[in-house]
Write a protein that binds this ligand. Structure first.
Ligand SMILES: NC(=O)c1ccc[n+]([C@@H]2O[C@H](COP(=O)([O-])OP(=O)(O)OC[C@H]3O[C@@H](n4cnc5c(N)ncnc54)[C@H](OP(=O)(O)O)[C@@H]3O)[C@@H](O)[C@H]2O)c1
Length: 210
């Protein structure tokens, strides 16, 4: 039996991943700000805001007590804001950088001791070069930074597999924070979860555009 640990497990994509993996018979640890919302899917649910280093550490320690070594680790937390720099507050900038980038570092840092020897880490990124649009400075910078982080990290941990998944539009609550409408051809979170699990089985590393 395989084991996964998912951060941002309460989001549209995170929850679809928990559902897909538990359905496939995996043991799944789910980290989110609202762990009770995952109780219907997995008994292994932990609370952490990725802005809180201690909370992330505590959640990972709790997971370590209960889970076997983690084969597939996924960072699916993220946040978006459309705001021109002239109007963006420092707190708003920090919120987006934390959810998409610094949180990924923190979750990775604390999770390393839990990983199986040849574990696969996946980060949900985005088509970062297409995001260089007015209003999206924080999100675009964070997602570009996430790709750089993952590429450099993969060179530190040669035994691990590392992938940045770059989905197109996915029908999740994230779009309620965007001024744009969800494109008609948007993927379902379930379809993306299928792609991600297939990429795990195929051993896909680097960037994966879906
Ligand atoms: N949807 C798309 O079209 C799309 C496309 C490309 C990439 N992505 C990326 O996919 C990832 C997942 O997004 P989604 O579409 O599933 O959006 P979502 O439904 O809004 O989920 C995002 C999740 O991140 C969590 N989160 C945000 N800030 C957090 C923090 N400080 N601490 C802990 N959790 C935090 C949210 O928690 P709460 O539930 O507690 O708010 C939420 O569960 C994001 O990185 C997003 O950028 C999405």
């Amino acid at each position: 039996m395989s084991t996964s640990l998912i951060f941002g497990a309460n989001g549209g994509i995170g929850r679809a991943l928990v559902q897909k993996l538990t359905g496939d018979g995996w043991t799944v640890g789910a980290v989110s700000r609202h762990p009770q919302d995952l109780a219907d899917l997995t008994e292994f649910h932990y609370e952490a805001d990725v802005a809180d280093a201690f909370a992330v550490q505590q959640a990972v320690y709790a997971a370590a007590q209960e889970l076997p070594p983690v084969d597939l680790w996924i960072y699916a937390a993220g946040d978006i804001l459309s705001s021109p720099v002239a109007e963006m507050t420092p707190d708003a900038w920090q919120r987006i950088l934390t959810a998409n980038l610094s949180g990924a570092y923190l979750a990775t840092h604390h999770s390393l001791p839990l990983l199986a020897e040849r574990a696969h880490l996946m980060y949900i990124g985005a088509y970062s070069e297409k995001l260089r649009l007015p209003g999206l400075t924080a999100y675009a910078a964070a997602k570009a930074g996430l790709e750089a982080f993952a590429a450099a990290f993969a060179k530190e941990q040669r035994k691990l597999r590392v992938t940045v998944v770059r989905p197109g539009a996915v029908d999740t609550p994230l779009w309620s924070k965007m001024p744009a409408r969800l494109p008609k051809n948007a993927m379902t979170p379930d379809a993306l979860a299928e792609h991600i699990v297939a990429a795990y089985h195929a051993g896909t590393t680097g960037t994966l555009d879906v």
